[in-house]
Design a protein around this ligand. Structure first.
Ligand code: HEM
Ligand code: FES
Length: 350
């Protein structure tokens, strides 16, 4: 096993990440309250805190939604991805604070249970200016709570990676609900333009970034599809793959990471077993394919993690002919050893 191999636990990098995150949150809340009271001296502390927590959560949600596409576009953003789950949990805590304080302030002193009051006290569905925007925030909060409580790797193994991923895709539903919560809520009465301007810019940023990064992915997915079983597909030239790195190609709709290292070529299924990270965007370190997200490692020839770890990804048979890399269209079962293709130094200049 490579000495750099480490399961994702508490380590120095995570502690620094969390320290910076906590500092940034406290700075934001302090700055918001300070500026808020300077410009609205009559506002109550609760109202100002509700606003600071709500806007803080929404800002953090924009950061979270931007990290994935940013990493696709530029590897220098990868350190942000390392502990993205803690960003999600921190965002949920801010949103929970905002939702709880709002529920207390607006619904705790009537005859109804506060949660019932939150859901039924306003039924003006026919009027945009008075629309019941609070239930929209409540449903978004339920989604965020589900995501925060299942964010640990324990749940990932219980639910399986595809189910976990599908659950966490609900973040986009939560985002849409929150945008509507703000548009139909505070923006109906807010006269200053800063919140509507900032929200509009935020939505455009998130959409734009996903479209730009998505176009790159589509380019990969447009490569060979509908190929015959067991046939070899010409995926790229040797020199298209940098030494100790990979090229991600799509064969019949499945993403394959083709690695070149020390005169050999091996191909593995691209999604990492940990959280579906893109193995092909990682590198070979200590002779092992290393996932760029949290450093899980796999042997390039067998797709199996070094002992004592048990993760395995499918492998593909590979050939090199006259400087071209050919990958067999169907995968071998996860963890199956496949002889790497070898090549001579001259072939790389063909
Ligand atoms: C139980 C759930 C929620 C309730 C009861 C609730 C309630 C409210 C209320 C009453 C306002 C207007 C406050 C004012 O006019 O001063 C508001 C605004 C806002 N909410 Fe929520 N909300 C909930 C969930 C959320 C969530 C999950 C987010 C985002 C992650 C969020 C983000 C915001 C933002 C950005 C504003 C505008 C800034 C502000 O005035 O606070 N809310 N919410
Ligand atoms: S190590 Fe976490 S996704 Fe690969």
């Amino acid at each position: 096993m490579g000495h750099a191999y480490q399961a994702v636990g508490w380590n120095r990098q995570k502690k620094i990440y969390d320290g910076v995150l906590l500092g940034a949150i406290l700075l934001y809340l302090g700055g918001f309250l300070g500026l808020g009271f300077a410009t609205h001296p009559d506002a109550t502390f609760e109202t100002m805190l509700i606003r600071a927590l709500g806007t803080g959560a929404l800002l953090l949600l924009h950061v979270i939604l931007s990290i994935g596409p940013l990493c696709r576009l530029d590897r220098r953003f990868l350190p942000l991805l390392y502990n993205r789950r803690h960003l999600g949990v921190a965002m949920f805590i801010l949103a929970l604070g905002h939702g709880t304080l709002s529920t207390i302030q607006f619904h705790a002193f009537g005859d109804l249970h506060p949660l019932v009051s939150l859901l039924v006290s306003n039924t003006r569905f026919d009027n945009l200016a008075q629309f019941p925007f609070q239930p929209l925030g409540f449903f978004a909060l339920i989604i965020l709570a589900l995501m925060a409580t299942t964010s640990h790797d324990f749940w990932l193994s219980i639910l399986s990676a595809p189910v976990w991923k599908a659950l966490h895709m609900l973040v986009y539903v939560a985002y849409a609900l929150i945008v509507m919560h703000v548009v139909l809520g505070v923006l109906q009465t807010e006269t200053s333009l800063w919140l509507s301007g900032a929200l509009g810019a935020g939505v455009l940023w998130v959409f734009g970034l996903h479209i730009v990064a998505g176009r790159r992915e589509v380019r990969v997915d447009l490569t060979p599809a509908g190929v015959e079983a067991n046939s070899y597909v010409d995926v790229c030239a040797l020199q298209d793959i940098p030494e100790k790195r990979a090229k991600v190609v799509s064969i019949d709709g499945e993403r394959v990471a083709v690695f070149r290292y020390d005169g050999r070529v091996s191909a593995l299924s691209n999604p990492c077993q940990h959280q579906n990270g893109p193995l092909g965007e990682g590198c070979i370190r200590d002779g092992l394919v290393t996932c760029p997200w949290h450093g899980y490692q796999y042997r390039p020839d067998s797709g199996a993690s070094p002992e004592p770890f048990t993760e395995k990804v499918p492998t593909f048979k590979v050939k090199v002919e006259e400087g071209r890399v050919l990958v067999q269209s169907n995968p071998q079962p996860a963890g199956t050893r496949v002889e790497p293709a070898t090549f001579n130094a001259e072939e790389i200049d063909v």
